[in-house]
Structure formats: C-alpha cells, structure tokens
Write a new protein. Sequence first.
Length: 646
Amino acid sequence: MSVATSPRPKPDAIPDHPGVYLFRDRNTRVIYVGKAISLRKRTASYFQPMRNLHPRTAAMVEASASLEWMLVQSEVEALQLEYNLIKQHRPRYNVRYRDDKSYPWLAVPLADEIPRPRVERGPKRKGTRYFGPYAHAYAIRETLDLLLRTFPMRTCSKGVFDRHRRLGRPCILFDINKCSGPCVGRISPEGHRRIVEDFVAFMDGRTRPTLQRLEAEMRQAAEQLNFELAARLRDQLGSVRKAMERQQMVSSTPEDFDIAAFAEDDLEAAVQVFFVRRGRVVGRRGFVVDKVEALDTPALAATFTQQLYGDRADEVPREVFLPVQPDGADALRAWLAGLRGGPVDFRVPRRGEKRALLETVAANAREAFATHKLKRASDFDARARGLKELQEALDLPEAPLRIECYDISNLQGSQVVGSMVVFEDGLARKSEYRRFEIRSVEGQDDVASLREVLTRRLARLASERDLPEQEPEGSGEPQGGAPVDRERRRKFAYPPNLIVVDGGRPQLAAALEAVRASASPDLPVVSLAKRMEEVYLPGTPDPVVIPRTSEALYLLQRVRDEAHRFAITYHRKLRDRSMTRSVLDGIPGVGETRRRQLVRHFGSARKAAQASLEELAQVPGVGPQLAKVVYDHLHGAAEGAKERSR
C-alpha cells in the first residue's frame, strides 16, 4: 500500500496500474473507496478545480486528508478488493444499499434429523434450504397451510414436539392429516425426510411429479369406489394448484434468472429485484440508497450487482436482466462467474415476456420510490436541520455527525453498569453501542462511575487509533511494506464530534476530567439535565436552554433516552442473572450443558443437590470423576451453610 500525505499528490507519484484507492479524513477514517483500471488517470479526475466537480464529489475531496492506493493484477481483482474494503470500512461517501424491509424466507433445515419448515428472517444458516424472500410472512404460512395435506411435515416447535413425544400421543395436526406424526413414531425419520424432499422439489418448481401422483391416486381410488379417499385427494390437488397460482408464472420455459429495475433521481434511488426459478417468481427484494456519490444508471446497476451478490455466491443465477448494461460489465461477469462456478451474463430485454416482466419490476420500483420519498422526506430534512441547529446552539466547530452519549444505571449501588450509544448522521448506530460493568467504584456513585466509563472508552480510542488496520480478505500484502498484523483489528477508533452525558454539572465535571486526561483533550462535551432539559457547557455559568420545538433538542433527547434505555436493559439483565443463580453454578468442570443434563436427569437443581454420589455418576456425560467433584462441591456448600446458620 502507498500513502500520500496530501490529498493532492503529484500525478507521477501514482502508478498507471489497476488498483483500489482510499480517501481518509483527518482522523484516518476511510470516507471513500474506489477502483480503477488506471489509478493515475482515475484519481487525477478528483484533482481539478472544485467548481468542476459534482457537489458530492467536491464535499468528499474537501473532507479528505490523505489518499492511499493498493495495486492488483486485474480489474476483477480490483472489483473484489473494492467490495471487501467497502464492507469492512462502510465509507461515508460510498453508496450503501439498504433493504427497505426485513424480508421473510421459507426455511427448511435439511441438516436436522426431522426437518421443520418455518418462517425465518436475518442471516442464512448452513444446512438450510431457503425459498423466497416473500413480501409478507403470512404468504409463507398460507402456502404451507395449502400444502401440508399433500406434504404432511412437522411444523411444530421443539417444545411442542418434545412434549408430545413424552406424552406418547400426537397433536391435533396429525388428526386433521396435516402432520405424519414423527413425534410418536407414526412415520420414521427417513420417511419424514422423503416427504420433506418432495416438498423441496415442489417449491423448486418441479411440480409435475406431484400433480401426476395425486391425479393417478385419485383415479385409482374412484375406480375402487373409495369415494371418500378420492374426494380427499381431489381437495389436495386443488390446494396444490392454488399454491402454484401464488407463484406467478412469468416465463414459458423453466429457466432461472434475476431481473432488476430502478427508480431514481439525483439524490436517491429505489431498486426492486425479482427472483425467477424454473419460470416462476419465487421471491423479491427491495433496496433504497442515498446517492452520496455521483451515479448514472449504468454505474448504479454495477454497484447494485456488486452488493447483491457479494455475500450470496450460492444464489448467483445464470442470467441477470437489467434495464441497462452495468459499468465494467466484463469484470463483473468474470467476478460473478468465479463466485457461481459457471458463466454469468447480463442482458437487457428489448421485447417479449422478459420486457413485460421488466416493466412490472420497474412499476414496483417506482411505487417503492414514491413511498420512500413520502416517508423519508420530512425525516431526512429534520435530521439535517437538527444537526445544524445543534452545531449553532452549542457553538461547535462542525456539525456533530457522530454523537456518543453515556449513562449510568444501578439499584442501590448493586450491579452498577454504564452504557454508551452512538448516533451517526442523526441515526442510531446500534452495532457500535457499548456496555460497561463498573470495576473501580464501590456503592452508588454515578459521578465516579461515569468518570470510569469515559476513561476506559477514551483509553480504548487512543490504543485502537495506533493499531494497523486489518487487511480485508483477498487484498494480499500491502505494496512496499511489511505484512499487517491480521489478528489486531481497529474496531472502534473513530472519535466523536460530541460527547453527551446524562445529568447536570457534577456529571459534566466528571466527563471533562476524563476527557482532559485522555489523548483527545479537545473533544466537545455537554450534559443534558432531565428535569428542565437544560444543556450544560464547559466554562459557562448558566445552562443553554434550547427551544423545546427545535429539532436540536429533539435529537439530544433521543440520544439521551436511548442511552438510558440501553443502560437499564443491561442492568436488568445482570440483575435477573444474579437472581436466577442456582446451587449448580460455580462447580468446576460443570458448564451450561452439564447443568442442563443434571437438571433434566433429576428434575430440578434442588433434587440434583440431594442426589448421592452413585446417582450423580449415572447421569449421562458426567462419570465417576466429575460426579465426585459435583458431590463434594454441593455437600461442602451445604455444610458451610449449616455452619453459618449456627
């Protein structure tokens, strides 16, 4: 890696070679990552009169303090490295796509002994087959309900399954033919797995075998004059066909592809993508994005494709249909082909059913964009106005784009904890929240506790700012330097633009003491008193009273209330943990799993404590040696309690 100490290095100092470049601000935070076939030509476009640059590009260049670059061998490697760096640093001036909602999936955990199809959200797990995403969870449940008579799978939770296994009788779903009863052995695990595999094949689009089987069984039952069975099979056939109708047929051939469309203006964009498998729409997703960098539609298509498939190598289709060819299409094809293990192509539909489907996706994108605009317009303006008003009210050198707020929670001096919440651009950054257990303060002393919390946080800030950054996977070693220590990663090295503490002058004085003793003594600090919502500033005798109708006070209140909520939540967690301790806690060699085994075997922790040495040794996974340790610990504790009672 090479570094330019000035954001405007000499052109000859930048190599004419493929690579990735990074702009950093004065706190060394990465604010923009880009790739280029020629680093020299690409970066030269930033070093021209500001009036010639796009306003957002000019703002990025003005905020930057240094430029770095990494050399790679090809444009494909640059694409991969750019993706990894954006994922690692989350630069402020790079486009980041956000799901416009948390979409549910139909998950089938094939790795389980008795798989249970269910609705899931969030990250995917290995060994689980996913279908979707669906627009609503109820759509998944309705589809499952339609298919359970044809594919009678287990859908109950583990608790219900275990309870009926102990009772020896199935639940009502077995009685209405919506479960095959694996909990009580009415079907073997292998037989139940075959049902699940048939269901997975059906959801994959291989519907003909199921339809042919049901039709043949219905005719056979009718020929044998078993009209009750024939009617039941007829109803199953109708349910299957109704479930198939829910998966819109969009292609006359059973092909797999994704198709995406955009709705955009100069500042924002909305993206909709439909997933088509075997000719049917099996899911869709929507994204919204703030255009913090200048993007035309081909550039937007390129960044979207990069973000969509970067972490979804197992879901890259053979074809991706887009309204335009993306920028750098050849490099993107090569990169996605490497992820998929086969060729990938971008196509722009001009006519026929693909063009009609693209128009449908585009209509969805326009509708989502209009909804987003209505929902976000006032909120975005209010956040920007609040940050500007806060800068003016507190006389800050710059808008507080990063605010950290601290609070202390305790119950009569017990389980004293501190919280730190982070707001960036007026929005909560929950991934950077921190919790603290107070170590050096005895009893109830909120001021001293606050001083300890801030001292620890600022010491961590100083230590992490001196650490080398972790190189992202696939980036290789830095050019012309020693390898970076990959085990030590800067996690939280960005200083706040404003520190807020909950309380009055005593809390402000404690916070100031911690800040001035740190390596960053110039960080702005204020305190917010809850009673009158007064803001105390260092060196001023009277508090600042921010108008109650202002967005600045509303922002401060949100930050303070979130810190209080986070501290209270952690305090309650510790308190509940202390109140639920049992006699089995603290036994050497007995962790959570062994404690559960003991409780499950004897029925309760109290009965386990009353068990003999021989009874303890019979517990699966314990054995004679560990049983002796458990017995001595439990009975030694009991004897100690008796002695204390005397």
